[in-house]
Design a binder for this molecule. Structure first.
Ligand SMILES: C[S@@+](CC[C@H](N)C(=O)[O-])C[C@H]1O[C@@H](n2cnc3c(N)ncnc32)[C@H](O)[C@@H]1O
Length: 509
C-alpha cells in the first residue's frame, strides 16, 4: 500500500507500468510456459522453439519472468520457482491460471472505465446474438476462475469453524462451482449442501463434483437469488461468498434478509467478500471492477452488512480479516453460537478498533517496543512542552517503562493522523473498548503532549487524570524504531507541513 509520506514519482511510474507485469503473466500462463517447464526446467532456446517464439526475444521474456520471481534462469537454462510450481502449472491442485486468464478477459471492460464513469454504469455487454456455444464456454471459464480462487479462500476460512460440531443443511447462495460447500462437506461429514445459482453455473458445478464422494450430498437448485427464496429448509449454515458485491444495496439487502429468514435457530451465516475496511486499496479497486464488469455491483463497508443483519435481529462478529485480500463476517440468531468460532480475541479487538478511524492497527509483541536512554533528551532540549503535565519530568521514567512493558504480553500499534486531540480521543476509546472486551490491564500510550482537554491548565496539576495518558516518547519510547520494528514505515519530515503520522500503543494481556 502507498505510503503517504513517500513523495517520489517512482510510485506513479510503478502505477503506470503495472500492466507490464500483468501482460507478462497473462502471456506466460496462456502459453503454458510454467507447465512446459515441468518437471526439470528447460534450455531457454529449446523452449522458445517449442512455443514458436524468436529465441532472442524469448530470452528477454524469460529474463523478465525471472525478475518478477516466476522462473529462475542460469546458463541458458530456466525452471519454475516454488511459487510458479505450486500455482501456475496446469493440473496442480491450487492452479490459479484460470483465474489469471479471467482477469485478462476482463481487461477489455477496464479499458472502458472512462465511459463507465461518464455514464455511471457498465457500458460493455455480451452481444445479444452471442452463439450458444460461446456463452457456454464463457460460463465454463468463469466457473473455473471462481473455483480456483474459492479453493484457496476456503482453506483460509475453515480453521475459523474448526471448533464447531456442524450438522444438517448448508445453503450456498451464489455458490459458483461450490468450492466453499465442498470444503465444509469434507470437514463436517454429517452435512448436506444445496447450491443456489444460475442454471448455466450449476451445470458446470455438477460437472465438478460428479464422480466424487460428495456427489450424493449436494443438491443443485437453479434460482435467481433476487427472487424470494422458495426453499424447503431452515439452514444450519448459509454461505454468502463473493455474492454481495454482485449487487446494489436493495438487491444485496434482499439477499441478506432472505438469508436471515432462512437461518435455523442454531445456525450461522458466513459472509466472505471484499470489504472497504479490509485491504482498502484492493477493496476500492474491486469496487471499480464491479462498476466496469457488473450491472450494479459494488464493494460494501462491512459496517453496512453488519447493520443489515443486526436489523434482522442477528448477532455478528467483527470483521475477521483473512491473510489475503478478503475478509469474513459471521452472524447468528444466538450470540453464544458466535463464541464457538475460532477467532483470535485480539484480531476481533483490532478489527473493532480499526473501525474507530485509525489508518492501521497492527498486533505486535511488546518486546518490539524500543526504550533506549536518549529519547528524554529530545524532550528536555528542543520541545516547548517540557514541564507540562504528563510531559517529562512529570511522567513515567524510561526504567519504569521498560519494567512496565514486561507486564504485558500483547500490544496493538495504532496509526492515525492529526489533529492531536482527536487522535488521542480515539486512542482512549480504543483502550476503553479493550477493557470492556475483557482485557482488564488495557493501557495506552499515545503521541504528543497530552491534549485531551481543550482547557488544559498547562503546567498546573492535571484535573482530568481519568482521561490523561502518557505519550510514547515522553515515556522514553523510540517511536521511529518501534514503528519500523513493527514493519510499518515512518520518516523524518523535511518540511513542517509534510504528511504526519501519529502512533500509539495499546498494551494488553
Ligand atoms: C463471484 S461469484 C462467487 C461464487 C462463489 N460463491 C465463490 O465464492 O467463489 C458470484 C456468483 O453469484 C452468482 N449469481 C450472480 N447473480 C445471481 C443471481 N441473480 N441469482 C443466482 N446466482 C447469481 C454467479 O453466477 C456466481 O456464481
Amino acid at each position: 500500500m502507498r505510503d503517504p509520506q513517500d513523495l517520489s514519482p517512482q510510485y506513479l511510474e510503478d502505477l503506470a507500468t503495472g500492466y507490464w507485469q500483468s501482460e507478462v503473466l497473462f502471456t506466460a500462463v496462456e502459453k503454458g510456459v510454467f507447465s512446459l517447464l515441468e518437471p526439470d526446467g528447460k534450455v531457454v532456446v529449446e523452449l522458445a522453439a517449442e512455443l514458436g517464439y524468436q529465441p532472442a526475444a524469448f530470452k528477454r521474456f524469460v529474463h523478465a519472468l525471472s525478475a518478477i520471481g516466476l522462473v529462475y534462469e542460469a546458463d541458458g537454462f530456466c525452471g519454475n520457482t516454488k511459487l510458479a510450481r505450486k500455482y501456475l502449472v496446469r493440473g496442480a491442485p491450487e492452479y490459479q491460471g484460470d483465474s489469471i486468464l479471467w482477469r485478462k478477459y476482463l481487461t477489455e471492460n477496464w479499458k472502458t472505465l472512462d465511459r463507465c464513469l461518464e455514464q455511471g454504469t457498465r457500458v460493455l455487454f455480451q452481444p445479444a446474438d452471442e452463439p450458444e456455444a460461446a456463452t457456454k464456454e464463457r460460463f465454463r471459464k468463469y466457473c473455473l476462475a471462481m473455483d480456483s480462487v474459492a479453493k484457496t479462500k476456503i482453506e483460509e476460512i475453515l480453521p475459523i469453524f474448526a471448533g464447531l460440531n456442524l450438522e444438517g443443511e448448508i445453503l450456498d447462495v451464489g455458490s459458483g462451482p461450490g468450492a466453499f460447500s465442498a470444503g465444509f462437506l469434507k470437514t463436517f461429514p454429517d452435512t448436506r449442501a444445496t447450491l443456489l445459482d444460475m442454471p448455466q453455473v450449476l451445470e458446470s458445478a455438477a460437472g465438478c463434483h460428479a464422480g466424487t464422494n460428495l456427489e450424493g450430498r449436494i443438491e443443485y437448485r437453479p434460482a435467481n437469488v433476487l427472487d424470494p427464496w422458495n426453499l424447503p429448509h431452515k439452514y444450519n449454515l448459509i454461505i454468502l461468498s463473493n455474492i454481495l458485491h454482485a449487487f446494489a444495496e436493495v438487491e444485496a439487502g434482499h439477499v441478506l434478509s432472505q438469508a436471515a429468514a432462512h437461518l435455523a435457530d442454531d445456525g450461522l451465516i458466513l459472509i466472505h467478500d471484499f470489504f472497504l475496511e479490509h485491504s482498502p486499496e484492493k477493496g476500492a479497486l474491486s469496487d471499480l471492477n464491479m462498476l466496469v464488469n457488473t450491472y450494479n455491483g459494488k464493494v460494501y463497508p462491512a459496517a453496512w452488512a453488519r447493520q443489515q443483519l443486526q436489523q434482522a435481529g442477528l448477532a455478528l462478529t467483527e470483521l475477521i480479516p483473512l491473510e489475503s485480500d478478503t475478509a469474513v463476517l459471521a452472524a447468528a440468531r444466538k450470540p453464544e453460537n458466535l463464541g464457538k468460532l475460532q477467532i483470535g480475541r485480539i484480531s476481533q479487538l483490532a478489527a473493532r478498533i480499526r473501525s474507530f478511524g485509525f489508518e492501521e492497527v497492527k498486533e505486535i509483541t511488546p518486546d518490539l517496543i524500543s526504550v533506549p536512554e536518549w529519547v528524554g533528551l529530545k524532550c528536555e532540549f528542543g520541545c516547548e512542552s517540557f514541564g507540562e503535565a504528563h510531559c517529562p519530568p512529570n511522567c513515567i521514567k524510561p526504567e519504569k517503562t521498560r519494567l512496565m512493558l514486561k507486564n504485558f504480553s500483547k500490544c496493538l500499534l495504532l496509526q492515525g493522523v492529526p489533529p492531536t486531540r482527536q487522535f488521542q480521543a480515539r486512542v482512549l476509546k480504543a483502550e476503553h473498548s479493550a477493557f470492556k472486551a475483557g482485557f482488564h490491564k488495557a493501557f495506552s500510550l499515545w503521541a504528543g503532549p497530552c491534549s485531551i482537554c481543550a482547557d488544559c491548565p498547562g503546567t498546573e496539576a492535571c484535573t482530568n487524570r481519568e482521561n490523561a495518558r502518557p505519550s510514547m516518547e515522553a515515556s522514553g519510547i523510540d517511536v521511529f524504531t518501534t514503528v519500523r520494528n513493527a514493519g510499518l514505515a515512518v520518516k523524518t519530515l523535511p518540511e513542517a507541513d509534510d504528511y504526519v503520522k501519529y502512533f500509539a500503543v495499546l498494551l494488553l494481556e
